[in-house]
Structure formats: C-alpha cells, structure tokens
Write a protein that binds this ligand. Structure first.
Ligand code: NDP
Ligand code: 8X3
Length: 253
C-alpha cells in the first residue's frame, strides 16, 4: 500500500516538528515547511532515514511562493492526504494601544493570510484525494476566550474557527474533512517569539505550572487524521488540567 502524505507548515519547531516526527513513526510521507532552512534540512535528514521527506523552505505569507511550490511538488508527493495549517505566531503581548502596527500586520499575514494561501493552493489536491482527506487548522483557546494583550492574535485564531467551519460547508460532498484544533498553553518556542527572544520572559509563562507539550498536540493531530473516513471533528479545544477561565474583569475607580 502507498503511504499517505502529510503537508505541514511550521515544521521547524514546536507542534510542527513533533507532528512530523509522529507521522514519520507511522510511515507517512512528509512535506515539511518553514522559513529556517537549517532546521528544516536537519529535520528532513533525521526523518528521511524513516520515510520519504520533501522539505520546502517557504514563507506562508508569500502567496506566489506558496502556489509555485505546491504546483512544483514532485510526482510522488502530489497526492496530499492531510494538510496541517500549523505555522503561526503571536507578537506584542501588551495592550493594543501600546504595540507596533507592523507586529499586528505580521500576525494577520501569517495566521490568516498564510493559512488562506496554503489552503487555496492545496485544495485541488485534497479534493482529488477525496474521502478521508483532512485539513487540520491549528487554532487556539485565544480564539474563543479574550485576555489582555491577545488583541489581533486571538482574533486571528477566531478566524481559524469560522474559516474551518465555512470551509467544511464548501467541501460538503468531497469527502475532505476540516478541523479546528485549539490548544491552550503549550511549552514551545511560541513564547520566545511572542516576547521578542526574551528567554526569561518566555520561561516565566510556564513557571510553576504544567503546560501542554508539543507531543501532546501532535498526538491529537495524529488521532484526528487517522479517524475513519466518515467522521469529522469540527473543533477540539485542549488545555492542561491547570488551565481554566478567570473571573470577569471589573474596572473600579
Ligand atoms: P513555535 O514558535 O514553536 O513554532 C511556530 C512555527 O511556525 C515554526 O516552525 C515557524 O517556522 C513557523 N512559522 C512562523 N511564521 C512563519 C511564516 N511566515 N512562514 C512559514 N512558517 C512560519 O510555536 P508552536 O509550535 O507553539 O505554534 C504552532 C501553532 O500553534 C501556531 O499557529 C500557534 O499560534 C499555535 N498555538 C500555540 C500554542 C502555544 O501555547 N504554544 C497554543 C495554541 C495554539 P520558521 O520560523 O522556521 O518559519
Ligand atoms: C496560544 C495559547 O494561551 O498563549 O495560542 O493564548 S495562549
């Protein structure tokens, strides 16, 4: 039997790298993407010992580069079974009135436009695959629950939820499934990026608690991708036991 092919964005770190490793263990062929070439090729070398791997250095913000790369996939990688739209980032963890507009644009261009770019380019392939194909979009609890400093990041993940639902409606009858997988706090390089490389600030995010790990999220992705063809998970919100909601904020004089 031919192996299935996974296309995952943001495979150079965190959830993406853990997911690539998880699917390699199951014998899937991999198309792994990211901007950091050195990491991408290191992962391709590591996993290439197990399964066929096609590394694509790609900035998801660049619609033309995304479309060209997907149009030029080698024949043995063209039949994509599962797309995981994972590349994304948060920046500027401060009140919206105090952050740079450029950071807000970067989040929109990556977390929204990037997901649209990759999905649009791969849809014909996924529809061709038909029954059992998956689009798994990585949303976030931040797309559902507001908190200070989440501004555009949380809103971009709310987009992921509605985009996933709307895409399902368009794909009715094709057999292609769509899921919004929305994790809560998880320890990856996410917080280093969000805090502009400040490792101490990033460490403080996870101090004294037990966050999710990248492997926890990869396991959920593998679970969703391997469900029987007739099941669609619309949305999963997964959080560590130690994460729940806070009370309403009341401003008082
Ligand atoms: P990491 O920072 O560890 O990984 C992010 C990945 O996205 C990297 O591989 C990075 O690769 C890639 N990426 C970022 N920008 C671009 C771009 N413009 N083009 C291509 N790739 C890009 O974070 P996580 O693994 O934690 O995050 C993965 C996803 O999960 C994100 O969408 C994030 O919003 C979401 N998420 C994270 C949570 C958490 O607490 N960690 C919780 C809920 C959701 P490179 O820099 O090489 O391009
Ligand atoms: C990332 C999770 O809690 O930092 O999407 O918003 S959180």
């Amino acid at each position: 039997m031919l192996s299935k092919t996974l296309f995952i964005t943001g495979a150079t770190s965190g959830f993406g790298a853990a997911t690539a490793r998880r699917f390699a263990r199951d014998g899937w062929s991999l198309i792994i993407t990211g901007r950091r070439e050195e990491r991408l090729f290191a992962l391709a070398n590591e996993l290439g010992a197990l399964v066929p791997v096609h590394p694509l250095k790609l900035d998801v913000q660049d619609a033309t580069a995304v479309a060209d790369a997907i149009a030029c996939l080698p024949p043995e990688f063209r039949q994509v079974h599962t797309l995981v739209n994972n590349a994304g980032l948060a920046l500027a963890p401060a009140a919206m009135q105090n952050v740079a507009l450029a950071d807000l644009h970067t989040m929109i261009n990556t977390n929204i436009t990037g997901v649209v770019n990759v999905t649009h380019a791969l849809l014909p392939r996924l529809i061709e695959t038909g029954a059992g194909a998956n689009i798994i979009n990585i949303g976030s609890t931040a797309g559902e629950w507001p908190y200070p400093g989440s501004h555009v990041y949380g809103a971009s993940k709310a987009f992921i939820k509605q985009f996933s639902y709307n895409l399902r409606s368009d794909l009715m009858g094709t057999g292609v499934r769509v899921t919004d997988l929305a994790p809560g706090i998880a320890e990856t390089e996410f917080s280093v990026v969000r805090n502009s490389g400040d490792q101490a600030a990033a460490d403080a995010v996870y101090k004294g608690t037990v966050p999710l790990s990248a492997v926890d999220v990869a396991e959920q992705i593998a679970h969703i991708a391997n469900l029987p063809d007739h099941i669609n998970i619309n949305r999963i919100e997964m959080v560590p036991v130690r994460q729940a909601w806070g009370p309403y904020a009341i401003f008082r004089e």
